[in-house]
Design a protein around this ligand. Sequence first.
Ligand code: R5P
Length: 311
Amino acid sequence: MVLFSGRANKPLAGEIAKELKVKLGSIDIKNFADGETYVNILEGVRGRDVFIIQPTGFPANSNLMELLIMIDAAKRASAGRVTAVIPYFGYAKQDRKANHREPITAKLVANLITAAGADGVFAMDLHADQIQGFFDINLDFLYASPVIIDYFAKKKLKDLVVVSPDIGSSRRARSYAKRLGAELAIVDKRRPRPNVAEVLHLIGDVKGKTCLIVDDEINTGGTIVNAANAVLNEGAIEVYVACAHPVFAGDCVKKLEHSKIKEVVVTNTINLPQEKKFRKLKVLSVAKLIASSIRAIHEEKSVSALLNPAK
Ligand code: R5P
């Protein structure tokens, strides 16, 4: 087995390698003077089981291109098998035509990864489970929920209600609620236009309760902050939020910092620069989860048997 890291999340790749007790493979990645990406694998991979760790978050286009080029380099060096480990799968939100003449970019990205030569993909908390079907190669994925649930279970929060910030995420929230022994509430959200979220109704009782809002990602922060305001307006006493992927686009960090949210719990699927870290932020590591999955894939063992795939 050999692990290579792109430039998108080297700290996470380092942690995964440490968990697996291997050294990251030697690779040179840089940009040509005109900005094009250059990759050179500096050790033999012929016949080896290659794992390329590269989330495709901001800057999505260059991180995705870097992943494709790394896969191509490994295939051309006669790797036995190449698995793209994509802790955060970018472009996942464009998974259907919401309007006439729109692309389905998540499918295009799946095609690109396959065409580059990946034999398999590993991802975490996909925006929509059906993205698995966009790939004609195997895609294993798991949820960050065991790490997040463990963190909140230790807090022993009283009168807890898990809140889904929109109807689409209610299955995830129900699963968190069940495992934390909490009640469930659902925010009825609509998006009048991209990047704008509006709360229509709140389904469930949050009066006098502590709320935990769970989502797959926080992007502009609109969804989470609106949901937090909605539950506070309905009488919740405090609000925590948790998500797998801290995309934190635009002025998201400012919104979260200035909100009434008590704590924002995320994972390290995306490497946050120092300026995106703030007092109320807690980053949990998914390195162990990913390392166990890589080991299972490498040893041809069941990923689902090793890991709890709860949503
Ligand atoms: C929505 O469908 C997702 O699950 C998230 O709620 C969404 O991506 C968050 O976006 P934002 O933070 O921009 O409201």
